[in-house]
Ligand binder design. Structure first.
Ligand SMILES: [Zn+2]
Length: 86
């Protein structure tokens, strides 16, 4: 006998993943600079201070890991540059 008993079953279907589409997505946090979706917690947040007369406002936009580092470096670089001016 040479009949193969390993024939694919006609009724077998791959499991569908419709659940992923229907699942309500928690509000995604996006990087304020590059708009990348941040998984979990933001790596960091830029801290902006605004002066308006006597009023000081703080804003902390969520940033991804890359932009958080870039912004920090840029801020320090700018700050040191302007501080060097006399
Ligand atoms: Zn980013």
């Amino acid at each position: 006998m040479s009949d193969s008993t390993h024939q694919p079953q006609a009724g077998a279907q791959p499991a569908r993943r419709a659940l992923l589409d229907d699942e309500p997505v928690a509000e995604a946090i996006r990087c304020d600079m590059c708009d990348a979706v941040i998984e979990g917690r933001p790596a960091g947040s830029g801290l902006f201070m605004w002066h308006r007369g006597d009023e000081v406002r703080y804003e902390e936009p969520p940033l991804c890991e890359g932009c958080s580092g870039a912004l920090t470096l840029g801020a320090v670089w700018r700050w040191s540059e302007s501080a060097g001016e006399e």
